[in-house]
Ligand binder design. Sequence first.
Ligand SMILES: [Zn+2]
Length: 189
Amino acid sequence: MTDQARADQAPAAAQPLDLEFVVHLYPDPVLRRRAREVPIDDETRAVVKAMFTRMVKSDGCGLAAPQVGLDRRILVLNPTGKPEDDLALVNPTIKERKGGDTLMDEGCLSFPRMYAEIKRPERCVVEYLDLDGVKHEREFDGFVARIIQHEYDHLEGVLLVDRMTPVDKSRNRAGLEALVDKWKRTQGR
Ligand SMILES: [Zn+2]
């Protein structure tokens, strides 16, 4: 039996994960699912590596697994673009949000070329696992805290459009409608 024949007979769930990730765009329903916790294993490590590759290729500073079609509680980020600042959070929980609200323009790879001024607390305390399965509890502030809170929203199925002010929503209306039309066309195929 050839490898191909075995692959053809294997049930869908046994197929190896395709790590050539593409970014899923609004309003793909995968972006609305609450993501599930994952084990720390070789597959999770491979997913994290492939997510960093996708994030860099897309010029992003953060990426959550639902954006690459996986309902898994994994997020990757890099606030500076320097390799030593890569940070992967597995099964993260935001334990506390602290400090005053700050406003910052946010973009999202699932909403290409759209920006909105979003209000979020300045700091957050996050519990997460690293890729060796070690549990951390760390406080983040500034831009990193901003990225983490944005990406964490993705794990809960919350999107940029949900946090837009009415003004930003109407300013981005044409772009949002274009994404919905595009998604409907791909569904019709
Ligand atoms: Zn996003």
